[in-house]
Design a binder for this molecule. Sequence first.
Ligand code: ADP
Length: 159
Amino acid sequence: MRRAIYPGSFDPITNGHLDVIERARKLFDEVIVAVAHNDEKEALFSLEERLQLLKDSVGKIDKVRIAQFDGLLVEFAVAQKASAVIRGLRAVSDFEFEFQMALMNRKLETGVETIFLMPKEEYTYLSSRIIKEIARLGGDVSSFVPPAVSKALVRKFAG
Ligand code: ADP
């Protein structure tokens, strides 16, 4: 059983994340989409909301499981018997931070490999941050996020 963890804040999940999940599914028997809840304070959506939006968006996809974790990612990966961590790479700007994390995680746990996947070009400029910014200003984000997220953003910023 080849299992991978796809960790992130997913605040909220976007079509870029979906693209990465689809690619990871082709390589692994199971992909665990894992929401980190260390940085709860800065999130727009609560942990429960982020988990619900993930359930609504990817909950029914075969071979995909949703989980939450706190603490060290590599420890969670070992506990889940996962051999890989998936991260998405959009641009050079992602690289430095991701490179540092990947090498640190390798130092902490040699049995877990980090795999970088690149999304379809049209998603390379998408980030949860920019989606929140557009939605906050009243822009239409429905072509960038799953329908449940689009609705949740409208609700969040209404009034
Ligand atoms: P984090 O807070 O850990 O960066 P995110 O939820 O923002 O978490 O993203 C999780 C992972 O998904 C990261 O590896 C990030 O680079 C990747 N990612 C985010 N948006 C996209 C996108 N549009 N295309 C590809 N990968 C993405």
